[in-house]
Ligand binder design. Structure first.
Ligand SMILES: [Zn+2]
Length: 99
């Protein structure tokens, strides 16, 4: 039994608007858990990600700027997959663009 790889298969991609406001997180908290989008406790519940409505582009809203922000869903999936594959850090930040 090994306890060395407790972080294997998990990762959190923190999403920010161009002004570095937090706009949620895309996360995988356990190796066998599906990826979820967490918009932030003050905004709404977590949900499975990506959903049909997230294709081909993920969109959300920065409540600080009051502007829509987003990025290609495939790009965000790649970033999360790279983070999980690296296995060094559990957190990384991705900056979304104004739409
Ligand atoms: Zn903002």
């Amino acid at each position: 039994m090994t306890t060395l790889s407790t972080s294997e298969g998990i990762g959190v991609l923190k999403l920010e608007c161009p002004q570095t406001h937090p706009v949620g997180r895309i996360l995988k908290e356990a190796p066998h858990q599906a990826v979820q989008y967490d918009p932030g406790a003050a905004v709404g519940p977590r949900r499975f990600w990506p959903d049909e409505e997230d294709q081909p582009q993920f969109k959300t809203r920065c409540r600080f700027c009051d502007k829509p922000v987003g990025d290609a869903t495939a790009t965000l999936q790649n970033k999360l997959n790279n983070l999980i594959a690296d296995g060094v850090e559990a957190y990384r930040t991705a900056t979304l663009a104004y739409l």
